[in-house]
Design a protein around this ligand. Structure first.
Ligand code: GLA
Length: 730
């Protein structure tokens, strides 16, 4: 609910359990007055105090009042160059070369429904679910109008933000920095920042840092959101944990360069900014033109990380994903990559598919290596024609053979890329990003196509269409296997080169939107060397994303745990693969590999013909379990029961149905030792009064017992064993 106090110009956004407030003060500066647990109090600016802080300048309107300084007041959307020295949200450069931004309140508007951001990913939903507040600020000297957009999804405690900057002057205006989110707060001095960091094959490790004066930031300048840091961060009270304490989660719906920065000051006037990374960013606006930032989404939870995650999960599932399979069970898939890499032909693929079909799998995905002359990763990206040597007769011949096995067919592509050794690159060398006079930097022996250019996108899209139209394709894995370098576009003048990174992302989004519009039934899975572009922006176009190229079940416990803080289980691409694992050399029992992959999209990525009969029985049971429990697993409320980054005898998590009548507790043990203590796992989120059966046994236990005393776990008889405990109150 949005409450407007027109007289005092106080604008309050209420969600179910939180309140967010701003106020235009006597000098038209838009102050941020509050964000936290819900409060019904009116004007919350009473606690904002100011004092003459040495070296904090005063704007001209303040006259002789030295206590009034932009440097020490909480800003709703901060500028720069005129007295606020903290990390700015906005930097403008008018034609005279000055660098400042000084915003004053002009007007506001409230309406039902949610604002739209054409060309950008954004949360959506019905008129009844959402309310929008728009607050317009101006910087007269720069000739800029800045519209702050707020979407309120009350039930989910979700507040979205975006900013539209319009050049109202008569000369070009450059936007040199434009955060999507600026969140100022008077901190009690006891805040932690939680970030999700890693690298290829070990994404989204959870790092918690106590904040102290200075700037702490994470970000990406790789052109994608990256394996290295995720565009999702949490600020929390030092004592906050899974089930208690105040925390704020902030996600950016963007798949390119980003920066999340927290600046902590000695005086407690702290600030979080989140948005496009200002590195090599400058967007030139002609008179009348606008720049729109990507959307940021905030969830504040007064009750710890668990509640924050569950609110994000539901909002993402119901108001962000555009999944052709929404509400329906997706097919269990088998992917050939880890089994064959580039070395396959039609017979091998059909053989793998046949054995998978017999074990309950329903979709066969042909990964990299089916096009051009792609027998290694040194060639052929960009040449999207089926390799007739491997697949005689093309997809027209292969797909019906797969379908005869009762399976649908999916396909891997990497449209943003071109190999140096490709017909496409030989014909159009200028279509790859590259700086004139500099040797091109290769990554996996490939270059990045200039997706800021329409003709490049049109060509690639046309080639993909031919493939997609040649047979019945049910699924596409959209991969992206290198970072951007040599970022320069031959289609833009020198003063606009700072737009290329962003225009690349806009081009990518445009292509993905076209794909969605033309092939609405196709399930598109995102991928970037595993989880190198696992962000809320991509999820708008690709409702699931391959979580990591690391398929080792024990490493996956950490990767999927980190991913779960923002993103729902059903978005995490997860497959059972062969052992010893290709990334770690570890052998984990097949049961456990299944339990871990079931905390995701669930599929297989191995040659099942090599399994023993005993393993095949387990695989058959797993596909049956998933088919029976998919709704609970993917749409249930998700609870983290342990933290796999801390030493402990096991890792556990749980899904609980909305009516709390059903739950699935999954437990993965570590390595065994002699004389192990008897272990229990405590459930969460159950109905304390309800009486539950465990795995169909006749004994019954109240929810309160299972949550407070726990469930006894079997004694493991080897390393990395696991248990799935299905609780049912019927
Ligand atoms: C990336 C993906 C893998 C696989 C290979 C193919 O690394 O993450 O799953 O598709 O590319 O080259």
């Amino acid at each position: 609910m949005i409450v407007l106090d027109e007289k005092n110009r106080v604008f309050t956004l209420h969600t179910r359990s939180t309140t967010y407030q701003m106020k235009a003060d006597r000098h038209q500066v838009l102050l941020h007055t509050y964000y936290g647990p819900r409060t019904e109090g009116g004007d919350l600016s009473y606690y904002i105090r100011s004092a003459d802080r040495g070296f904090s300048p005063n704007p001209s309107e303040a006259g002789r009042d030295r206590a009034y300084s932009l440097d020490t007041l909480p800003q709703e959307y901060s500028g720069c160059g005129v007295g606020d020295f903290r990390t700015p949200a906005l930097e403008l450069e008018p034609a005279d070369g000055s660098r400042a931004a000084d915003l004053r309140y002009k007007s506001h508007k409230r309406r039902k429904g949610k604002y739209a951001l054409p060309g950008l990913p954004a949360f959506f939903g019905g008129e009844e679910e959402w309310e929008t507040l728009s607050v317009t600020l101006t910087d007269e000297a720069a000739g800029a109008e800045v519209e702050l957009l707020y979407g309120v999804l009350e039930e989910r405690d979700l507040i979205t933000r975006a900013v539209r900057i319009t050049n109202q002057g008569e000369k070009p205006l450059s936007v040199c920095r434009a955060a999507s989110l600026n969140l100022d707060f008077f901190s009690p001095g006891e805040l932690d920042l939680v970030t999700f960091d890693g690298c290829h094959i070990m994404e989204r490790s959870v790092n918690r840092t106590p904040l102290h004066p200075g700037v702490h930031s994470v970000g990406s300048v790789r052109g994608t959101s990256s394996h290295h840091h995720n565009p999702f961060v949490i600020l929390c009270q030092r004592e906050a944990g899974e089930d208690s304490g105040l925390c704020y989660g902030a996600a950016l719906l963007y798949s390119g360069n980003f920066e999340a920065a927290v600046e902590v000051t000695r005086t407690g006037n702290d600030r979080l900014t989140l948005g496009i990374n200002p590195y090599h960013f400058r967007f030139v606006l002609a008179p009348g033109e606008s720049f729109v930032t990507p959307e940021a989404a905030l969830v504040c939870s007064p009750n710890g990380f668990g509640q924050m995650s569950r609110q994000f999960h539901r909002a993402i599932r119901e108001n962000l994903l555009r999944d052709p399979w929404a509400g329906k069970r997706k097919p269990v898939l088998i992917n050939n990559w880890e089994a064959t890499e580039f070395n396959f032909d039609a017979e091998l693929l059909v053989g793998i598919a046949r054995s998978a079909a017999g074990l309950g799998m329903e979709m066969f995905v042909m990964d990299d290596g089916w096009f051009g002359n792609r027998n290694t990763d040194y060639s052929s990206l960009g040449d999207w024609q089926v390799d007739q040597k491997k697949l005689p007769g093309g997809l027209e011949a292969l797909v019906p053979r797969i379908q005869k096995l009762g399976m649908t067919f999916g396909l891997w592509v990497e449209p943003e890329m071109v190999s140096e050794d490709s017909d496409l690159y030989r014909a159009h060398p200028d279509w790859a990003l590259g700086i004139p006079g500099r040797a091109q930097t290769l990554g996996r022996s490939q270059m990045v196509l200039d997706f800021s250019r329409r003709e490049v996108r049109d060509h690639i899209y046309g080639e993909l269409r031919k493939v997609l139209d040649s047979a019945e394709i049910a699924y596409v894995k959209w991969d992206m296997n290198r970072s951007l370098t040599d970022v320069w576009s031959s289609a833009l003048p020198p003063e606009r080169q700072g737009e290329v990174y962003h225009r690349f992302v806009l081009g990518l989004y445009e292509m993905l939107e076209r794909l969605r519009t033309d092939y609405p039934h196709i399930l598109v899975e995102g991928c970037s060397g595993g989880g190198g572009r696992f962000d809320a922006g991509m999820l708008y176009y690709t409702p699931q994303i391959w979580c990591s190229d690391n398929t080792d079940a024990i490493d996956r416990l950490r990767i999927q745990y980190g991913t779960s803080f923002c993103y729902p289980v059903g978005t995490m691409g997860a497959h059972v693969s062969a052992v010893p694992n290709g990334q770690t050399g570890r052998s984990v029992p097949i049961r456990t590999r299944g339990v871990v992959a079931m905390c995701g999209t669930f599929g297989y990525e191995m040659d099942l013909r090599n399994c023993t009969e005993e393993e095949k029985t387990v695989v058959r049971e797993q596909t049956e379990t998933f088919k029976a429990r998919w709704r609970l697993i993917q749409e249930g409320d998700y609870y983290r029961l342990t933290d796999p980054f801390r030493e402990g005898p096991y890792t556990a998590w749980e899904q609980v149905s909305e009516d709390r009548r059903e739950a699935l507790v999954s437990v993965v043990m570590g390595t065994v030792h002699g004389a192990l203590p008897f272990l229990t796992v405590k459930a969460k989120g159950l109905d304390p009064q309800a009486s539950y059966r465990i795995n169909g046994s006749t004994d019954r236990y109240t929810g309160e017992m299972l949550m407070n005393i726990g469930i006894p776990l079997p004694v493991p008889e080897g390393d990395y064993q696991s248990a799935q405990l299905y609780l049912e109150a019927r």
